[in-house]
Design a protein around this ligand. Structure first.
Ligand code: THU
Length: 138
């Protein structure tokens, strides 16, 4: 069990609460995500599965959608929680989605219900991310 700073603890608490709302009847693997934006707001998301399996969406994607819908774009910190043996590893698609809104060194706290925690960053999760620089000739 680690002892996160108060702001991170708040973000984990938000992710933990929204995880309860996950719609995960197929995997039974509930995930919660919370994003704090640069202006101090918090946005949350949970995974939402579908009987047409590929239509399911990840918790991180839900939090990003909520953030954008509210007009925010600037991710400052992220927390993701699941009931997993080790901190859950965001999928490749969600790493790219987070990178879209993460300038600089955005901290990502990955944690389990029993408190096993891994601190990383969006940049560390997706080295060599595709970004607009690659489109400079367009
Ligand atoms: N899932 C997330 O929501 N976030 C992650 O970081 C990893 C996986 C979801 C997708 C699916 O609903 C379930 O977990 C099992 O893959």
């Amino acid at each position: 069990m680690s002892h996160p700073d108060p702001a991170t603890a708040d973000l984990i608490a938000a992710a933990t609460a929204v995880r309860e709302n996950a719609h995960a009847p197929y995997s039974r693997f509930k995930v919660g995500a919370a994003i704090r934006t640069a202006d101090g707001r918090t946005f949350v998301g949970c995974n939402v599965e579908n009987v047409a399996y590929p239509e399911g969406t990840c918790a991180e994607a839900g939090a990003i959608a909520a953030m954008c819908a509210a007009g925010a774009r600037d991710v400052a910190a992220v927390a993701v929680i699941a009931d997993s043996p080790q901190p859950v590893s965001p999928c490749g698609g969600c790493r790219q989605k987070l990178a879209e809104f993460s300038a600089g060194d955005v901290r990502v706290t990955l944690t389990t219900l029993d408190g096993t925690t891994l601190e990383t960053t969006v940049a560390a999760l997706l080295p060599g991310a595709f970004d607009q620089d690659y489109m400079s000739r367009v």
